[in-house]
Design a binder for this molecule. Structure first.
Ligand code: ATP
Ligand code: MG
Length: 275
């Protein structure tokens, strides 16, 4: 033990529910025991400090179905929130170069940081971290899910997407998984809804699947369902590396419609999560 280390005996005594006097006596009479206690106390203090640092709100965007709009929605929502960055856990599709908002490809940081540590770092710069995920279960996706209660699940209309969404829910919250306790808020988004598609039928089928899932698992989830139309303008945002919010600003005529719809969806998501 370094002799010049300042020890707050009162706090340490509180941690061990003993008197600070006894502690001080042990320091002199039982130095080895005291040193062990001090080590444990210090490491506990460090963990607490780390957890306190982690102030950014985390939102995870996930679905094991590919191409449903996870990356697109991550970006739109992050831009909508403003003070936000994306943490991309999809190693096969780096997006820092493509996205119009600050994006961190976790592949570049994995050697140095756990997801929790990276989020702690980013928390000093951003109020929100939106986590984009790959279309499969990876240890990183699980780690991310443990850091939040807020999940956006984009999906498309159709049987295959519904089945994959059900698999996603079972993988996250099914019996025996680590996440089956507590109260999660989920925003489901029917994305890329094309003109003329019978949305009502899709909604009914989705709700049946969801109801069965929830009652079979006996879990608490607060969910909301929204939808977003197909729009050619979304490809322009990708090609130009500009958000729809930016494009709408530059050329109101062409992008106003989809901008309005995305804005509405993002507002609904925010209200659902904050409410
Ligand atoms: N509302 C929409 N209208 C039109 N195109 C869309 C819409 N949403 C997403 N797209 C397009 O669909 C494609 C897939 O979207 P995106 O890459 O966001 O999906 P993903 O779920 O991240 O896919 P992956 O599983 O491969 O990561 C992209 O080309 C994107 O531009
Ligand atoms: Mg993606």
């Amino acid at each position: 033990m370094s002799t010049d280390q300042k020890i707050d005996f009162d706090k340490m005594a509180e941690y061990y529910t003993m008197s600070s006097r006894t502690l001080m006596r042990w320091r002199d009479d039982k130095p080895q025991k005291f040193e062990l206690m001090l080590d444990e106390y210090n490491s506990h203090q460090n963990t607490e400090a780390k957890q306190e640092q982690s102030r950014a709100e985390v939102v995870v965007v996930a679905n094991f179905k590919g191409g449903v709009g996870k990356s697109t929605m991550s970006e739109n929502y992050a831009v909508f929130l403003g003070d936000a960055a994306i943490l991309n856990l999809d190693f096969s599709q780096p997006s820092a170069e493509i996205n119009s908002c600050d994006t961190y490809d976790y592949a570049k940081y994995i050697e140095k940081y756990s997801i929790q540590d990276l989020i702690n770092e980013l928390s000093s710069k951003y109020k929100y971290i939106v986590i984009d995920t790959p279309g499969e279960v990876t240890p990183e996706v699980y780690e991310a899910l443990k850091l939040t209660r807020k999940i956006i699940i984009p999906m498309t209309i159709g049987k295959r997407a519904r089945e994959k969404t059900e698999i996603t829910l079972k993988t996250f919250f099914g019996n025996g998984t680590e996440l089956d306790e507590g109260e999660y808020k989920i925003y489901f988004l029917f994305n890329i809804v094309r003109n003329g598609v019978k949305k009502e039928v899709a909604i009914t089928r989705f709700q049946e699947m969801y109801k069965n899932f929830v009652s079979a698992e006996g879990i608490i989830l607060k969910s909301k369902l929204g939808s977003l139309d197909y729009s050619d303008a979304i490809s322009t945002t990708e090609e130009e590396g500009k958000s729809i919010f930016k494009l709408a600003e530059e050329n109101k005529q062409a992008y106003r419609t989809i901008f309005g719809k995305i804005h509405k969806v993002c507002t609904q998501i925010e209200n659902h999560f904050e409410g």
